[in-house]
Every structure is written in structure tokens, then in C-alpha cells.
Design a protein around this ligand. Structure first.
Ligand code: SIN
Length: 285
């Protein structure tokens, strides 16, 4: 941390830092990008205010940090398939990201970083909350850690993107986010319950209520009880930080070590965000 050239201010005890004095649309040299990357990995999520990003600039910046993904279900923008426009029109009741999750844990190689830019935000409300899964892991008892370490969990998009309750059904036909449905929605992948970060080497709990279906090898009632305990533990306030968006705010988080939750408390106001996710790696113990 000592030789860092960027200025960081922690926003909570567990995770999260605001970065000041960096214009991500400007010329960032390789050392600045390296520092930024280390800040994201170390703090789980970083936030920057007063950024001026159009879609091309957001993608250009994203490519400095990794390879943008095209989401297989939630449709990207026509001109920029790697960008999902997370739009909630005023008066719309549907939501996106409004429960605890890590982005795309149902991929065989789940998303590493998410880069979310706020263009139109409500005057109050619409915050995003993140929780540190490193802290969640570290605060479990040693016997529980020993029990969890060899376990795997099954992830899928089946409930989060169920065509009967999402897409046109969810958005009453107004469909600010459109979905492409295919049999891939029912695919299942298996990841370790506890993963080791490929850059920091630190361990994190890697289950989330949106995409984790069950713990492999356990009876259904055992899996349900264990997941309920882990989800409640992961959601402890002590592991969280919260960000109040302004137009021009940017947040970048590391899905390999945090979960997040978009708070849906701004009925009557519009919220327009642009989301880029970056390809990740195969989770390992
Ligand atoms: C997401 O879950 O990726 C969106 C988060 C947000 O809109 O705050």
C-alpha cells in the first residue's frame, strides 16, 4: 500500500474505499492501472465520483482491467453488447440485482470485476451495498471452516432468470432489460464453497442466495439448512459497506471476494446505470 500513487479513503471497517483524484476516462499509465487493480482486490469495492464516461470510454477503461463479457441471458446494448443498461424507469416496479449475489456465479468461469456507472440516479435511495466474503469466511469458527473447506456448491441461473417470473413477465412488457432465453438457463456448474483468490491468495466464502442452488452431496434438508446459515452469516452488517450514488459515480468490485445488493427503495424515480462485467477464472480452493 505504501508506494501507491492513488489516494484511497476507506468507507467501512470491512471493505470499500473511495478513490479521489483519478479520471478513468483520462490517460492512465500502466502503474496507475496496476494500483487501481490492487485497490479493488484489497478493498473488495472502490468508488469514484464525478467521472464522465460515455459507453466507448467505459469500455475502453474496462479493457484496461480485463476482458469484457457478453452476458448470455440479460441482453447488452445493441451498439455495445458488452454493456447492460440497468434501467429502472420511474414507476416501474421490477428490479435488477435486488437480492444478495455475486455477478454470474453460474458461469463456469464467473465474472471477476464489475464496473458500474451511474448516469441517472434517484434524489435519494437506490444505494448499492456490498459485503466482504473474506470477512465472512474469516469469522466462521475453525470447526465450521474445516467442514466447509472440502465442499462444493451447485450454481445456476434457473431461479434468478426463470422465464416464468423474469423478463417480459417481470417488467409488465415495458422490459427496460430484455432477456434471451435458452436451455442454458437450466445449466448447472459446480464451484468450491470456499475459493482462493487468484491474485491475493486470500480465501472467501463463495455461495450466494441468487445463484447457489444447493451444496453438492448433502441431503436436500441438510443443504437448505447449511445455506440458510451461511447466507444469514454473509449478510451481517459488520461485513458491509454502502454507497449513495450521484450522477457520474463509478463503482468497481471484485466478485471473487464480495457480494452485493441493489436497494430498490426509489419508487417514482428513474435510475439508469451501465454495467460491464469482466471475464473471470475457474474458482479454486
Ligand atoms: C448489479 O447487481 O449488478 C446491479 C447493481 C446496482 O444496480 O446497484
Amino acid at each position: 500500500m505504501a508506494e501507491r500513487r492513488i489516494e484511497l479513503r476507506s468507507v467501512a471497517g470491512a471493505l470499500g474505499a473511495e478513490i479521489v483524484g483519478v479520471d478513468v476516462a483520462g490517460a492512465l499509465d500502466d502503474a496507475a492501472v496496476r494500483d487501481l487493480r490492487r485497490a479493488i482486490v484489497d478493498h473488495g469495492v472502490v468508488m469514484l465520483r464525478d467521472q464522465k464516461l460515455d459507453r466507448d470510454a467505459q469500455l475502453r477503461f474496462a479493457r484496461r482491467l480485463g476482458e469484457p463479457e457478453v452476458h448470455p441471458i440479460a441482453n447488452g446494448m445493441a451498439e455495445h453488447p458488452e454493456i447492460i443498461r440497468v434501467l429502472k424507469p420511474a414507476g416501474e416496479r421490477a428490479f435488477f440485482g435486488t437480492s444478495w449475489h455475486t455477478d454470474n456465479s453460474f458461469f463456469a468461469q464467473p465474472t471477476s470485476f464489475t464496473i458500474l456507472y451511474g448516469e441517472v440516479v434517484p434524489p435519494v435511495g437506490g444505494d448499492t451495498v456490498w459485503a466482504s466474503m473474506e470477512k465472512a469466511w474469516a469469522t466462521l469458527s475453525a470447526p465450521m471452516q474445516r467442514f466447509l473447506e472440502p465442499l462444493d456448491a451447485v450454481h445456476s441461473a434457473a431461479s434468478a432468470y426463470d422465464p416464468r417470473t423474469t423478463g417480459d413477465a417481470k417488467y409488465r412488457g415495458e422490459a427496460p432489460i430484455t432477456y434471451t432465453y435458452s436451455d442454458a438457463i437450466w445449466d448447472e456448474v459446480v464451484h468450491p464453497v470456499v475459493r482462493r483468490h487468484p491474485e491475493s491468495g486470500r480465501q472467501s466464502l463463495y455461495v450466494n442466495p441468487m445463484f447457489t442452488q444447493r451444496i453438492a452431496g448433502l441431503a436436500a434438508h441438510e443443504s437448505a439448512a447449511l445455506l440458510a446459515m451461511l447466507h444469514a452469516h454473509c449478510q451481517r452488517l459488520e461485513f458491509q459497506c454502502r454507497f449513495a450514488w450521484q450522477p457520474g459515480s463509478l463503482a468497481i468490485w471484485d466478485n471473487r471476494s464480495v457480494q452485493h445488493y441493489a436497494i430498490d427503495d426509489y419508487e417514482g424515480f428513474e435510475r439508469v446505470m451501465y454495467r460491464v462485467t469482466l471475464q473471470g477464472d475457474t474458482p479454486v480452493r
